[in-house]
Design a protein around this ligand. Structure first.
Ligand code: AMP
Length: 381
């Protein structure tokens, strides 16, 4: 069954009012749509760029009914909404991506099971529903291993590194069960692929991105990733397979590790625009936010036309904000701020994209490439 294209002038409802919603709303308005945000927090970043905002709880039935009644289509920038809430919304309005997709990505055990059943490689893992099952996980995986909360973990939150039996014994009584235990991957680098799919089944991927984290939070993304073409093709193939088999309508970020043996392991999937896709805002004619809106509206998904290589750096907390003045003085750098009124250490306040001619990125940058190195290089040129 083909789905009609969302007509221009229609209203897209976005659940969540953070920076991803803010930037999605800009893309939607460029395509002639109106945006209504549902945010649990007052005065969220997306308020500045949207026509309408409702502030209310994501589990309040009356709020969800009113919201669904005022929009033509619902999508997300935030995936932790209850399955009951998702079902209610879907009974009232088209919802993309579907609740099933969100349910899988919300729960690390469902996610790993979904991937494993399709022979998509993941790190070895064991379900740890309670304290009694911890020993078994340690025996199966060996040390070191990681424990992660099965739900609501992000940016390395809800993650515990278990180096040895002593650490395990010390933490065991206080851990937030249920957990998933994962073998520690001694990765060579981390990658992500953004893949978009519309209701007609058309798909499009952005160039494979290389990501460097600091304290569990994304610090720098480089595009394209400095990996052999064959590995990039394999990463894209995995992302397409996941998008197809999960029945994605929208955009999905697939995070992967390149193991020390050079093989790919999928870490997690996020069915929404993704921090590691922010470089597309300046290095492509169609960025990840527009691709997301096109996909949910069932519009064509042409080649995004990457015209430059790019380095993206997140601006975190006061330290990140302190860089704004320098960034603004340089050509070749694009500053994006999220309009957040409170600036806590580690909070994502904005990001900066540095552009380079196509093919220029792999040369001088090591695996620890940082924006300051990029800045120095820009000054020299
Ligand atoms: P996650 O919350 O699963 O996205 O993990 C956040 C970050 O922790 C990842 O980007 C990796 O840097 C690291 N990490 C997660 N899982 C593993 C693993 N199994 N082995 C090694 N590092 C990991």
């Amino acid at each position: 069954m083909t789905q009609a294209t969302l007509p221009r002038g229609a209203t897209i409802g976005i659940i969540g009012g953070g920076q991803l919603g803010r930037m999605s709303a800009v893309a939607a308005s460029r395509l002639g749509y109106r945006v209504h945000i549902l945010s649990a927090e007052p005065e969220p970043p997306a308020q500045d760029t949207s026509r309408t905002i409702t502030v209310g709880a994501y589990d309040d039935e009356a709020v969800l009914r009113r919201f669904a009644g005022s929009v033509d289509l619902i999508t997300f920038e935030f995936e932790n909404i209850s399955s009951a809430g998702l079902e209610l919304l879907a009974s009232l309005c088209p919802v993309h991506p579907a609740g099933r997709v969100l349910a899988i990505s919300q729960d690390r055990i469902l996610e790993k099971t979904f991937l494993g059943e399709r022979n998509i490689p993941v790190a070895p893992w064991v379900s740890v529903p309670d304290e009694e099952t911890l020993e078994n996980a340690a025996t199966e995986l060996g040390y070191p291993f990681l424990l992660k909360t099965t739900r609501f973990g992000y940016d390395g939150k809800g993650q515990f590194r278990i180096a040895d039996p002593e650490t395990l014994a010390r933490l065991a009584p206080e851990l937030p069960y249920p957990l998933i235990a994962e073998g520690f991957v001694d990765f060579e680098r981390e990658l992500s692929v953004m893949v978009a799919r519309n209701a007609d089944g058309a798909m499009r991927c952005f160039s494979v991105t290389e990501n460097q984290h600091r304290d569990g939070i994304l610090d720098v993304s480089l595009a394209p990733a400095r990996i052999p073409v064959s590995l990039a093709e394999e990463a894209e193939k995995l992302a397409r397979q996941i998008a197809e088999e999960i029945g994605l309508v929208g955009i999905l970020g697939v995070e992967m590790f390149v193991s020390s043996k050079g093989t790919l392991l999928v870490n997690e999937i996020a069915p929404r625009p993704h921090n590691s896709g922010h470089w597309t805002m300046d290095a492509c004619l169609i960025d990840q936010f527009e691709m997301h809106i096109r996909a949910v509206a069932n519009l064509p998904l042409p080649d995004p036309f990457r015209h430059s290589d790019a380095v993206m750096k997140n601006l975190l907390g006061p330290e990140g904000m302190a860089m704004c003045g320098t960034i603004m003085e340089h050509s070749g750098l694009a500053l994006h701020l999220y309009g957040k009124s409170t600036c806590r250490p580690g909070r994502k306040m904005g990001h900066v994209n540095a552009l380079f001619p196509l093919g220029a990125l792999p040369g001088p940058y090591g695996v620890s490439a940082r924006l300051d190195e990029a800045l120095q290089d820009l000054q020299k040129s």
